[in-house]
Unconditional design. Sequence first.
Length: 282
Amino acid sequence: MEKMKDLAYYNGTVTRIADMMIPAGDRGFYFGDGIYEVAMVFHRKIFALEEHLDRMERSAAMVRIELPMVRREIGDLLQELADRVESDCQFLYWQITRGTAPRNHLFPAGTASNLYVYSKPWPGVEMSDDYRLVSVTDTRFLNCNIKTLNLLLNVLAAQTAKENGCQEAVFVRDGIVTEGSHSNVSMIKDGVFITHPADNLILPGVERRHMIAYCGELGIPVEERPFTLEELKGADEIIMSSTSHPSMRVREIDGVAVGMKDAATVEKLRKMYLYEVEKRGQ
Ligand code: PDD
């Protein structure tokens, strides 16, 4: 089969991303009534696929959306689609919405959920030592553990970051740092890895969990506990993590120099990640 530069899939139809047409009655369009996942493809294999499928199932269950096919079929389909893209390294996105029907808040009867997937080439593992953050008040709802399509406040926070010459925003709720607009925030202080508990105030990031596991293997103590913006600013290192940007080292928050004091620990965590990518690709 001829490979494509990039690819989109919607309920069985495959096109280039720019050519995909989605019916306006898809409830993702007017209610954001759906959930999504992002995974990386390295060496043609979907990195941490099972963890992403776990979270997909949890998100769908929390908003009472039925999967359009069983989990295993979704996993197999995602890999098949990734195999049709030219690049070995890809950014793979998929979303599941609550069917297609005339606009009505009530769940539509007798319509299956919709699966939309796209995959595009990605340059490789993205890491940075040059991240700047701006703090913003976290006024999001109290179900941030659901990976819902409803990202309006995350979008606004990301834009605020850009307009302040920063790469990411960091949300602060009632004095407590929760997460970034599209990443988790963790810090290292006196050799301890500290990150917000995986409760309803943050998205339980796959990369956050990987870092906790790497710490376990490296003998780095981990504390999953709330911390303030002041504590964050006083940390030895601050790392923003997400699937597409697994280790972004922060050097400035709200215009003040922070972190960058424990390069050795950051390096160890990055090596673990890169080792995983290579190992799983074999
Ligand atoms: N963002 N918190 C939020 C609000 C996120 O949107 C993300 C991911 C994360 C990190 O999760 P993970 O390590 O599983 O990627 C935390 C994705 C990549 C996005 O929306 O593009």
